[in-house]
Design a protein around this ligand. Structure first.
Ligand code: C2E
Ligand code: MG
Ligand code: MG
Ligand code: MG
Length: 285
């Protein structure tokens, strides 16, 4: 089976890389059907934590496809396909709907204190009516905008086709949404855009975290980004923290937030709910 277990990626099903021609078409059609039915697609949630005391501060929504024959398929394997074949605005809107609907459910249970962050693809900004979809979905479900965060990669922020991105992000922030730069440091990083783009948070890519604290270059880069972000009054969350050593290194350098297997793996909404309940109890205690 193509089910994913730990780090054994060898047998993963990789339509975007290995599958050509007819099979790719098959998978694309299956993805279209899955999207139309909705039942094979699911958002998992990975918790985010404060570094000093481990308190939960939010969740990232991560898309999963439960394929009837191939098992669990990860987004890196089907999102590029969806992007290439024009499915992305629809798929992206589905993700927004699901996340907001989940927030509304949690709100109904009094569990609405922490934000959910969704990932956006460049094509959602280029082709879609992103802002109006976001605002109307939040209205429809009566979910406050402050509970929704948007993660955008550097390539999205620098894509000229996305229009006047600074103005568009500012409009979303005025509504109350939060904005993070995802995978920070891996794209076409330009320090200049940090000055002019309205963002709340940098997500330091796992690439720089993986070999901490031993790799000198990664240690230097991480320290420099943390110092810079501090000077710019930007919050930093480190991605992919797996070990206590990595955590301690980050803590010593003033990083405030983390996300990674050391704390939790992405999991279905029902499973993250217990942690959420605990977090809510802590907020009110
Ligand atoms: P990302 O936004 O940078 O998400 C973080 C990825 O790192 C997730 O992979 C998560 O499972 C993984 N991760 C978190 N902590 C650890 C750790 O400690 N160790 C390791 N090895 N990995 C960790 P995932 O869920 O496979 O998602 C991959 C990428 O797919 C995401 O990267 C994001 O760019 C994209 N993606 C996921 N869901 C969506 C979505 O709904 N829409 C769009 N447009 N893209 C999505
Ligand atoms: Mg992300
Ligand atoms: Mg990331
Ligand atoms: Mg990443």
């Amino acid at each position: 089976s193509a089910k994913r277990h730990g780090r054994n990626h060898d047998r993963r099903f990789r339509p975007s890389l290995e599958v050509e021609g007819d099979r790719q078409l098959t998978i694309l059609n299956e993805l279209r059907q899955a999207l139309a039915q909705g039942s094979q697609l699911e958002l998992y949630y990975q918790t985010q934590h404060r570094l000093d005391d481990g308190e939960m501060v939010g969740m990232e929504a991560l898309l999963r496809w439960h394929h009837p024959d191939h098992g669990l398929i990860l987004p890196s394997e089907f999102i590029p396909l969806a992007e290439r074949h024009g499915l992305m605005p629809v798929l992206g809107n589905w993700v927004i709907d699901q996340a907001v609907a989940q927030l509304a459910t949690w709100r109904g249970q009094g569990l609405d204190v922490l934000p959910v962050w969704v990932n956006l693809s460049a094509l959602q900004l280029i082709q879609g009516d992103l802002e109006s979809h976001l605002i109307s979905t939040l209205k429809q479900y009566r979910v406050p905008a402050r509970l929704l965060g948007l993660e955008l990669t550097e390539s999205v922020l620098l894509d000229e086709r996305a229009g006047d991105i600074s103005r568009r992000l500012e409009a979303l922030r005025r509504e109350g949404l939060q904005i993070a730069i995802d995978d920070f440091g891996t794209g076409y990083s330009s320090m200049a855009y940090l000055k002019r783009l309205p963002v709340d948070k940098l997500k330091l890519d796992r690439e720089f975290i993986r070999a901490l604290p031993h790799d000198h270059a990664d240690a230097a880069i991480t320290s420099a980004v943390l110092a810079m972000a501090h000077g710019l009054n930007l919050d930093v969350i480190a991605e992919g923290v797996e070990t206590a050593e990595q955590r301690d290194f980050l803590l010593a350098r003033g990083c405030r937030h983390v996300q990674g297997y050391l704390y939790a793996r992405p999991q279905p909404a029902g499973e993250v709910e217990n942690r959420l309940r605990q977090a809510v109890a802590n907020v009110y205690s």
